[in-house]
Every structure is written in C-alpha cells, then in structure tokens.
Design a protein around this ligand. Sequence first.
Ligand code: 3PY
Ligand code: MG
Length: 257
Amino acid sequence: MINTALRQWRAGERSVGIWLTLSDLHSAELAGQMGFDWLCVDLQHGMVDAADLWKILAVLSASAATPLVRVAGHADDQIGRALDSGAQGVIVPMVNTAAQARAVAMACRYPPDGHRSCGPVRSAAYSAADYMANANQQLACIVMIETPDGLANVEAIAAEDGVDALFIGPVDLCFAVGVPPGQFDAPAFRDAVDRILAAGRSHGKPVGIFGYSPERAAEALSSGFAFASAGTDAGFLRAAAGAALALARGPAPTADV
Ligand code: 3PY
Ligand code: MG
C-alpha cells in the first residue's frame, strides 16, 4: 500500500482533491475517475451515512486517487471504522490542543506507535500482510485547525510527530477569528492563515485547505498550501445544473416584445 497523497506531500508536490458529500455510489465512482489526487468522503457535514462508507470506499478502489475520510469527531472508534473501511487517511475536525492531536494520531496507528485496535476487515482485504506492515507509515493523520483554541495552539499541534498534515476549515476559522463567514480577505482571517502556514513550515508539515471554489484552491496552491480541495460533488452538480438551465432557457424575453 502506497499512499499517493502522503508521497506527494513528502516530495513537496502540490495536490488537488474533491470533497464527497453525496451518499451516491455512482457519483463517487465518477468523481474517482476525474483525475483528482485525493478524494475526501465527508462524514462530518456530508450526507454520507457511516453505514455506506465502506461501499463508497469500495467504489473508490478503482480510482488512482487517495481515499480520505473526514470523520465526524475525535473518537477512536470513528477513526478506526474509517480506516478499517479502507480510508488511507483521516481528516479530523476541530482539533484544539496538542493532546487532542496526539490522541487522534495514536488512534490512527497500531501499537507500539499508537493504540488502534486491529481489525482492518476491508482495508486489508486485498493484501493483509502488506497492510499490516505499512499501515502505520502509510495512513495519514490530518488535523483541522479551525477553532480559537486550535489556532492558539497551532505550533504545538504541528509539532506532534504523529500529525502528518494540517488542514484549514475556512468558514469555521472565520468564526474563530470573529469575521463574518466567507470574508476570506479580512485581515484577521489572513493573519490566522499565515500563522497556520508558518506553523506547518517550521515543523515540516504540509498545510491544506478546503477550497470552496476552484479559483480559491488555485490561489491557495500558489500561496504556500500543499493541498486544496477544488470543490464538492454537490457544489459541482448545483453549479453545472444551474448554468445548463440558464443556457437552455436562453435570455429572458424583454417586456416590449
Ligand atoms: C469549514 O469551512 O470550516 C469546513 O470545515 C469546510 O467543510
Ligand atoms: Mg469546519
């Protein structure tokens, strides 16, 4: 098992992902074939039922993209289930302290590096020996910095050995610094982003961001971020369907015709 996203980060390459919020298998399958470097199935805010996770990850096995899962919380059992179902990394929301970061990193790893319980029922289905030999090195623990405490402790969080990458949730980070959601040009937001990027740089940890749009993702990747999502499956569906509808309807008739 080689985690391509981890390999890219370690090689200093920038990568682009897609966020999967829909529970549909075929939409996941299509997203998996679009050439993204990684995909993230969202169990925190997406419409994905935890019971469907393994099916989505099974469909994504046909994809070259690295399958990641944003878990709903910090609990060992949620992280273990995602990894046992075939995730090659977890994105953990709302990490506030170095102790929390250490705990979630340990939940990702088997002893002696951590305390993950053994039972990789789906993830080791193709090659159990390879999985067990490589899991601790090849599964990514990505922690989200998006709360006031997370920001205050970002240097200590980035210093945790088991943390592979930091990831910004921009809207929660707006709340954290007291600016209206979506005001990504506000100085307080920009300062927070700079602080997180600096923490990542000084501890050799790549920093990623939830992109909200392809333009924002491109801007992030050209300004110090190692990875960014270009959008969500639901967002792409809405945007493309809205544009198609507007084109098909044509210009509105003028009043005097
Ligand atoms: C945020 O913007 O806070 C996110 O976590 C994106 O899902
Ligand atoms: Mg968030």
